[in-house]
Design a binder for this molecule. Sequence first.
Ligand SMILES: Nc1nc2c(ncn2[C@@H]2O[C@H](COP(=O)(O)OP(=O)(O)OP(=O)(O)O)[C@@H](O)[C@H]2O)c(=O)[nH]1
Length: 168
Amino acid sequence: MIYFITGGARSGKSSYAQKEALSLSDNPVYVATANVMDAEFEQRVTRHKADRDERWTALEEPMHVSKLPIADRVVVVDCVTLWLTNFFLKYEQDIHASLDALKKEIDELDNHPGTFFIVSNEIGMGLHADTEMGRKFVDLQGWANQYIAAKAKKAVFMVAGIPVFVKS
Ligand SMILES: Nc1nc2c(ncn2[C@@H]2O[C@H](COP(=O)(O)OP(=O)(O)OP(=O)(O)O)[C@@H](O)[C@H]2O)c(=O)[nH]1
């Protein structure tokens, strides 16, 4: 089962997803799709690792999340934006190939018996991208979010740390 959690940067998406996962399981899994890109991000990741206690199993997988040994677990997948970025780079900015790859992953997860809290970003609500690549990525993110939200049992939009239920 898929639960979709979206919102802006630092809106509290990850904390909310983790709290929900812990309400269902004493040993949830955290899947990070992020590749560590620079020193500032590495510091963030170090803080996130320190924030997760011993109940969590953490896995790092930039693309093939559905192939991880998580099929029957309660899982937080954080986040779709970096997951898509990894496909977008692999497929040389081809948004159709990137979207297809992400959709396949989502379909696989949806066929598993586990519970998946999938965290994303509403990047289309920010400033209009001023490059072609940026605009393509905003489209890709928007389509991916619509696809996941349509499959999800519930969808939440995080605003200033508060969950707004947009599908329940
Ligand atoms: N590689 C790796 N990345 C991690 C790990 N823990 C967290 N992350 C990444 O950290 C990112 C989330 O952190 P932030 O950028 O600080 O959070 P945010 O999404 O802006 O803010 P919130 O809305 O509050 O969740 C996600 O993309 C995760 O993939 C980890 O153990 N390893």
